[in-house]
Ligand binder design. Structure first.
Ligand code: PMP
Ligand code: GLU
Length: 412
């Protein structure tokens, strides 16, 4: 098997196989997830003994809380290993509804919650639940790599709205993209990759726009625990008028540092949850049973916020560390993000005939400097690259040294 990095489909995999029968048009149009593809490529290189510093996929380098592990093992030992209700065990759905009600100052019930394998599947099911063929979904740029692909799988058209120069999500820029066909607006705050946090007054304006135009808001809030400046504004905290057309996506991948275990959830009006459950029942049945009991235990013991607050403090320190190192590199144009755990510097001053954009630069960084970053093009921002700082201090120090050396040899 041979890998060449970053073709149009992001990561070209060229196995020596005989010609295969055609796949469907829809499947053929899906771009691979560049975050996951790059990360598994870099992890594969590390496994082969290559010295690669990994700033790839965003996954906290923390161990989950001990209580989580204990409840997970206990659930297995107690035989909680059978099918569960499709939308999740009743106790967990209720615990999520209670936790979210308290946090958002609203009233949510078990029927408003579905537990899915990762927030990613909640997003996909939510699009499948509310979008019809030909509908448009407005997605502010820069956007996380999976949104547009999921919309296309749901037969809808992703319509990209630019954000302001400093990547702030603004209602007026979204409004300019409204058409008769707009059926949903996807908001992601804190934002991956930009790290920007939506201001409450902008959230309110977007909510008013949704009410006036009879549009759904899909609000991806998975980075909620990681806000270092400003405040997170959930669409569910804005009032009852917007609640009936809001789908909030959230999960435990980041907040419990369990990205590989796959558990997330959506909160939405009951008819949407019901529709999502119908589709989940025919595709994945339910989230791993023991995992649901372990997540329940963490919520029952009120450990979620204290655990993620511990990570937030460490990430904040790393945010400053990475920011000040990047800032010193001539030609790298970086701003200080307010949330999530990514830096998203503009590196276009290094582009040339030889380095024709973020894919090629990332390929060079991987092969020549031994640093894995994610090209901005997959997020709709080819001038930029994304670096995750959810990794150890030593990794940041080592990676920053390598970047400084690499870029000083390029002449910005
Ligand atoms: N939304 C955003 C913005 C993300 O970065 C991710 C990646 N973790 C997800 C959703 C999906 O998270 P999960 O691992 O829970 O599927
Ligand atoms: N969301 C993380 C990222 O953007 C994990 C990878 C993925 O699910 O795309 O890096």
């Amino acid at each position: 098997m041979r890998f060449t990095l970053f073709s149009n489909n992001y990561l070209k995999y060229t196995p020596n196989l005989p010609k295969m029968a055609d796949i469907s048009v829809k499947a053929g149009q899906v771009k691979k997830s560049s975050t996951l593809a790059l990360t598994s490529l870099a992890k594969g290189m590390i496994k082969e003994g290559r010295d690669v510093v990994l700033f790839g996929a965003g996954e906290p380098d923390f161990e989950p809380p001990r209580e989580f592990d204990d409840s997970f093992y206990s659930a297995l030992k107690e035989g909680k290993t059978k099918y569960t209700p499709v939308a999740g065990i009743a106790e967990l759905r209720k615990a999520i509804a209670d936790y979210s009600s308290e946090k958002r100052g609203t009233n949510l019930f078990r029927e408003n919650v579905i537990v899915t394998p990762g927030a990613k599947y909640s997003l996909f099911l939510s699009m499948m639940a509310v979008l019809n063929r030909g509908d448009e979904i407005i997605i502010p740029r820069p956007y996380w790599v999976s949104y547009a692909e999921q919309a296309k799988l749901a037969d809808a058209a992703p319509v990209i709205a630019d954000s302001s120069e400093d990547f702030e999500i603004r209602a007026d820029l979204i409004e300019s993209k409204l058409t008769q066909r707009t059926r949903a607006i996807l908001i992601n705050s804190p934002n991956n990759p930009s790290g920007q946090v939506l201001k409450r007054n902008e959230a309110r304006k977007i909510a008013d726009m949704a009410i006036e135009n009879d549009i759904w808001i899909i609000s991806d809030e998975v980075y909620e625990p990681f806000v270092y400046e400003g405040k997170h504004s959930s669409f569910l905290s804005l009032g009852d008028d917007i609640k009936s057309r809001t789908i909030v996506i959230n999960g435990f991948s980041k907040s419990l540092a369990i990205t590989g275990l796959r558990i997330g959830y959506a909160i939405a009006p009951e008819n949407v949850i019901d529709a999502m459950s119908g589709m989940q029942g025919h595709t994945v049945s339910n989230v791993c049973s023991a995992l649901q009991y372990a997540a329940l235990d963490v919520l029952n013991k009120s450990l979620l916020d204290s655990f993620s607050a511990g990570m937030r403090r460490v990430f904040n320190k790393r945010r400053m560390m990475m920011y000040s190192s990047l800032k010193k590199i001539e030609g790298v144009n970086v701003y200080l993000p307010m949330g999530a755990f990514y830096m998203f510097p503009d590196v276009s001053s290094f582009y040339s005939e030889k380095i024709n954009g973020s894919f090629e630069l990332s390929e060079l960084l991987l092969n020549k400097a031994g640093v894995a970053v994610i090209p901005g093009a997959g997020f709709g921002a080819d001038n930029n690259i994304r670096l995750s700082y959810a990794c150890s201090d030593e990794t940041i120090e080592k990676g920053m040294e390598r970047l400084a050396e690499f870029f000083s040899g390029q002449g910005g």
